[in-house]
Design a protein around this ligand. Structure first.
Ligand code: MG
Length: 179
């Protein structure tokens, strides 16, 4: 008899992956990972265009099989115009907690011609650690320039997350049932 497989919801670990891109645009502030960076151009988009927060949000949502960021926060919905992307991330974290998981670690890669991310990576990690409620040692930020890609006018972000069953996970779902 083949070994019995556990239902997905009961897995000890869940992996998530997210990707996003936004085009550089003059006259808007540049925000990456919730941090404002000094640069002549920002990222266009319906919200604040924070490509890194969007990729991490989608990675978290994907890990718990929730709808993606564009489905939850439609770009055609005026209430998200200019929105702080931390709001999207908070919703993804809420869904992750409701599913009974916590973050083991997050890794990410930014691909953009400029500005250089290296000098700001420490600040971005510190801020992400606050937003995600984890230690900065659980957050990877890597940056590359788009060699031969022809995407110098865009910022691209990839993010991977690993979730583990939260020790309070069952307690939380129990409380939810009791409500
Ligand atoms: Mg986006």
């Amino acid at each position: 008899m083949p070994p019995k497989t556990k239902p997905a919801a009961a897995s000890t670990f869940r992996i998530g992956y997210g990707w996003d891109s936004h085009e550089f645009k003059a006259g808007v502030p540049l925000k990456i990972g919730g941090i404002a960076l000094d640069h002549p151009k920002g990222l266009g988009g319906h919200s604040d265009g924070d490509v890194l927060l969007h990729a991490i949000t989608d990675a978290l949502l994907g890990a718990v099989a929730a709808p993606d960021i564009g489905t939850l926060f439609s770009p055609s919905d005026p209430q998200w115009k200019g929105a702080d992307s931390a709001v999207f991330l908070e919703e993804a974290l809420r869904r992750m907690k409701d599913a009974g998981y916590e973050i083991a670690n997050v890794d990410s890669t930014l691909i953009l011609a400029e500005p250089k991310i290296g000098p700001h990576a420490g600040r971005i990690r510190q801020h992400l650690s606050k937003l995600l409620g984890i230690d900065s040692g659980q957050i990877g930020i890597k940056a590359k320039t788009p060699e031969g890609m022809g995407t110098d006018n865009a910022a691209i972000a990839h993010a991977a997350v690993l979730l583990q069953k939260s020790s309070s996970g069952e307690h939380r779902s129990q409380k939810k049932r009791d409500r």
